[in-house]
Design a protein. Structure first.
Length: 128
């Protein structure tokens, strides 16, 4: 990865609505993934769409209206939420549909602050 790309992704901030859009886009690519592979796939989706200003157009307006938080999320926080959302959907044997992803994301934002989401994923990956 070029230094400028690395700097660009680390300086980028995402709204929860943008994170939801990335998760919806990622849904088909992360089926069956878990652990570090899931984290890598999600990071790749965010990297591939870093300059995509139209990412919100990939999500139904009704889904976007469910998002009530106005946070500014780092790439690490966004990927952590994605990890939690997809892990829980898989655990609950739910389909990776836009509605299911949206509902789970809204629910997880109520449970975990952005920093707590990152801490949870780090502990989970370390097996703690």
């Amino acid at each position: 990865m070029e230094f400028n790309e690395y700097k660009q992704i680390n300086n980028k901030r995402y709204s929860p609505k943008e994170v939801l859009a990335h998760l919806v886009v990622a849904s088909k690519e992360v089926i069956g993934e878990n652990g570090k592979d899931l984290i890598e796939k999600l990071t790749g989706i965010f990297m591939d769409n870093i300059s995509n200003g139209a990412i919100l157009e990939k999500v139904n307006i009704k889904s976007l209206e469910k998002i009530k938080n106005y946070w500014s999320l780092t790439i690490g926080q966004a990927v952590a939420y994605g990890y939690i959302v997809f892990s829980n959907l898989k655990f609950e044997d739910k389909n990776f549909t836009e509605d299911e992803i949206t509902n789970m994301f809204v629910y997880e934002m109520q449970l975990y602050s952005p920093d707590n989401a990152v801490e949870f994923v780090e502990r989970k990956e370390k097996g703690i």
